[in-house]
Design a protein around this ligand. Structure first.
Ligand code: NAP
Ligand code: GLV
Length: 307
């Protein structure tokens, strides 16, 4: 079995070492040491090599990330299975990030940090978590996981997805028809949607106008889902109070972009969650075993659905 890895070199070195004991029969190659491309069975990458058509025996393309929307599907063989990364380390990272962001917004930390800069000692009335309505857009692997600590903290939680969900304590809203009702009850809106034709530019002025006045945003999906100017306008008008933004388009933002210095925006460089080398390798090997046994792999992308 021949595996080609094309991503962060340090993780590749660690995987190469681990595989010697975990899967000694495998040959693990790290880009650009491809060898004979016609011998590669599995490719693990954020982006495939440009000469992918030379990889005539390729069985599966594994994304190193939770998302697989970065691939140009038109350039991939139509039958090639594409699998995204589902692994507990990546999920935990997102749980930490979203919990941090929701608590920061719930306790109005952007406002208090701005007051600190102004040397302004001023307390505002606080709301209990039970009266703060949190809405999660995208109730998949990550959305469902982030809801658990929020429920435990007592937030009033809802989710929005394409298909109905049955998560105890979480109101389920489905599809375009229920988007307005979902938004109207989201004081803190969290975006964990995959990037598809339907979700591109979804965080726009029309959507912001349907949130309760003074709502906040946590954006940890994909950059192209957020209209930057519409977010700035919504913050300027007070329709939105604050935003925690982890993903933008482009990444990184240009040096003169307004997000860098905006007092009501916490900007992070696409670090909400990252696959953890050890647990990601376990997940990858489990999927390879499943594929070789003819069993369904975890995280198989449904191309016609777009995620
Ligand atoms: P997932 O398991 O595929 O879940 C996606 C969810 O979005 C599902 O609940 C799906 O609905 C819903 N959805 C998709 N299209 C929709 C639409 N048009 N309308 C309503 N709901 C829609 O994905 P995941 O593993 O949770 O990851 C979600 C995304 O997080 C990734 O695609 C990636 O973009 C992002 N991400 C970001 C970071 C970061 O560091 N910032 C890290 C990892 C992942 P159904 O359940 O009904 O299918
Ligand atoms: C990061 O954004 C990922 O998709 O894992």
């Amino acid at each position: 079995m021949n595996i080609l890895y094309k991503s962060e070199p340090e993780r590749g070195r660690l995987w190469a070492e681990r595989l010697k004991t975990l899967l000694p029969e495998a040959t693990f190659r790290q880009w650009p040491d491809v060898g004979d491309p016609t011998k590669i069975d599995y490719l693990v990458a954020w982006q495939p090599p440009e000469n992918l058509s030379d990889f005539t025996a390729l069985k599966v393309l594994f994304s190193v990330g939770a998302g697989a929307e970065q691939f140009d599907y038109a350039a991939l063989p139509p039958e090639l299975p594409v699998v995204r990364m589902i692994e507990p380390g990546l999920t935990s990272g997102m749980v930490e990030y979203v919990t941090f962001a929701v608590l920061g917004l719930h306790r109005e930390m952007p406002r208090y940090f701005q007051q600190q800069r102004e040397k302004n000692w001023l307390a505002h009335a606080s709301l209990p978590a039970a009266r703060r309505r949190v809405g999660v857009m995208g109730v998949g692997k990550l959305g469902e996981a982030v809801l658990q600590p929020l429920l435990q903290l007592g937030f009033d939680c809802a989710g929005w997805s394409r298909t109905p969900k049955n998560i105890p304590g979480v109101a389920s809203f489905v599809g375009e028809a229920q988007l307005g009702a979902f938004l109207a009850r989201s004081d803190i809106l969290i975006c964990l949607l995959p990037l598809t034709a339907a979700t591109e530019n979804i965080l726009n002025a029309d959507l912001f106008s349907q949130l309760p006045p003074g709502a906040s945003l946590v954006h940890a999906g994909r950059g192209k889902q957020l209209n930057h100017q519409h977010l700035l306008n919504a913050l300027e008008s007070g329709q939105l109070a604050a935003a925690v933004v982890d993903v933008t388009s482009p990444e990184p933002l240009p040096a003169d972009h307004a997000f860098w210095r905006h007092p009501a925006i916490w900007l992070t460089p696409h670090i909400a969650s990252q696959a953890q080398p050890e647990s990601a390798l376990t997940a990858l090997l489990e999927n390879i075993r499943r594929f070789e046994r003819g069993e369904p792999m975890h995280g198989l992308v449904e191309r016609e659905r777009g995620y």
